[in-house]
Each structure stands twice: as C-alpha cells, then as structure tokens.
Ligand binder design. Sequence first.
Ligand code: THU
Length: 143
Amino acid sequence: MKSTLNDREKQELIRKALEARRTAYAPYSHFLVGAALLAEDGSFYQGGNIENASYGATNCAERTAVFKAVSDGKHKIQAMAVAGGMEGGDPADYAYPCGICRQVIQEFAAEDMVLIVAKSDADYREFLFKELLPCGFGGESIQ
Ligand code: THU
C-alpha cells in the first residue's frame, strides 16, 4: 500500500507507542501495551492499557489514546502505532488491536488512516485501518 506517512513520522509514532507502553498498568496479565496516534492537526496522543481487578473494566491502550485525543477535541486520527508484549522485554510479536478497539478507532479514523503494529522501530507491519475492519458499522450506517 502507498502510505500517507513518511519514514520519519512512522519512526516517531512507533517510538511514542513504545514509550507509552511503559505507562501500562497491567498487574494482572503482565501484558504491556502502548499506543500512539497522530491526529489530523499533527498532534500526538499516547496511551497504555489500564487493567482492573474486575477484569472486564480494563481499558486497552488504543482506547486510552483515542479517549485522550477525543477529550482534547481531536476527532480525526491520521495514524496509530501499537506495541504490546509481556513485561520484561521488548514485544516478541505484533499486537493487533482487539475488536472493541477497532470499532472505537473506526469512529474517528481518517479515510486513509494508517495502523502500524510494531515490535521495534526496525520491525513493524503497516496497514490501512480499513483493511483491519472492512465493512464496519459506522455513523453512516444509522442515517
Ligand atoms: N490489550 C490492549 O491494550 N489492546 C488490545 O488491543 C488488546 C489487549 C490489553 C488488555 C489487557 O490489559 C492486556 O492487553 C491483555 O489482554
């Protein structure tokens, strides 16, 4: 695919996702996830997963980042990077957004939004967000 992000922006987004991973609160799963998004106005938002003793109340890293952006008035996401893996080291594998997060991201995704899953700044995969949630249910579906 032809990316709307240049290499410098990709590297910055991945670095910010890895940095956000250090803010994860995951005392139950010990699976630390970081997400960073680039809003349409060029600003960045970061988030980590926030677990809860009542497991279902856990908030994923992607949604933490999205909610921070939206609560700051940013409603269009140009790109997002996600990095997740067990604590104690760098991510061993790519961590893809869960179904709930894909639905939440879709609400605010730019048409050509890029989603990157990264193990490191040198090892990552890049998708168009709409490839990860085809035929999604959105605002246009309820008009
Ligand atoms: N998690 C995320 O932060 N993002 C995802 O897309 C999938 C899962 C978190 C939730 C939980 O704290 C931990 O990973 C294990 O499921």
